[in-house]
Design a protein around this ligand. Structure first.
Ligand code: OS5
Length: 231
């Protein structure tokens, strides 16, 4: 079983259009879509925005629906200069930029008995790179930082860039990284850029959410095609 998750309805809808939905299960104030993509069994959901919602959905996908891997698709704000609106990035690692226990002498992002960075699955990232090469699509790879804030400020963006060497920013991946690390489940995260996470980001986000969600969804479907071929 492959778990596919997004944060927002707009991010999940273009994926749902491309799979064969068999059943919809209402659970814990959310809808879980049981679906088929060729030979692949899928369970899909959008979590709603933010780290708590993302953790809940990731945990349910794994514990209740027995997802053996989690693939995340959605949009992100760009940090790295050469990431433009519509560009695709996969996470090497995710982190939580809003975790601050520095007063106790810890590094930003660090929680005792946990860690700052959660590694994404190398095999799935290699698969994404193979697909990108085959289709001639530009695909960046880098650290993606999450926090319960929509970043629309250059100073804050630069602090996150410097502190975590992050290439992109969003509000869920660090939480899903923590859940999948805790439960030993491979995690892959793909995001298409919707804004530049500085002044004006809210306007760009509203304008590009749908288009960038579609870009990410289309690539994810190509990955499923490749996974099906390899099955
Ligand atoms: O899921 C949130 C994180 N996503 C990635 C992202 C991001 N994160 C942080 N900073 C940035 N600059 C980012 N750029 C892209 C996107 C998403 C951001 S929060 C957007 C909230 C927009 C919204 N609020 N209300 N609605 C839309 C309408 C609505 C009404 C009813 C139900 C649902 C939505």
């Amino acid at each position: 079983m492959i778990g596919i998750m997004c944060a927002m309805r707009e991010e999940l809808e273009p994926i749902l259009e491309k799979v064969e939905i068999k059943n919809v299960i209402e659970y814990a104030k959310n809808n879980y879509y049981m679906a088929q993509f060729g030979k692949l069994d899928l369970v899909l959901a959008y979590s709603k925005i933010g780290k708590v919602n993302a953790s809940t959905t990731a945990s349910i996908l794994i514990e209740k629906f027995k997802a053996q891997k989690i693939l995340f698709s959605g949009v992100a704000g760009a940090i790295e200069k050469d990431l433009k609106i519509g560009d695709l990035i996969i996470a090497t690692k995710t982190t939580q930029h809003d975790v601050d226990l520095t007063v106790f002498g810890y590094e930003p992002g660090f929680i005792p008995e946990s860690k700052i960075f959660f590694e994404c699955d190398k095999h799935l990232n290699d698969l994404a790179k193979t697909v990108a090469k085959k289709l001639g699509i530009k695909l960046k790879e880098g650290i993606i930082a999450s926090g319960d804030q929509f970043i629309h400020n250059k100073e804050k963006k630069e602090w996150i860039a410097k502190t975590f060497k992050a290439s992109a920013i969003e509000m869920e991946g660090g939480a899903v990284g923590c859940v999948t690390w805790t439960l030993d489940v491979p995690f892959f995260m793909l995001r298409a850029i919707s804004d530049t996470a500085q002044e004006g980001a809210g306007v760009d986000f509203d304008e590009f959410l749908e288009k960038s969600s579609e870009v990410s969804a289309k690539f994810l479907i190509e990955m499923l095609r490749q996974m099906e071929n390899e099955k």
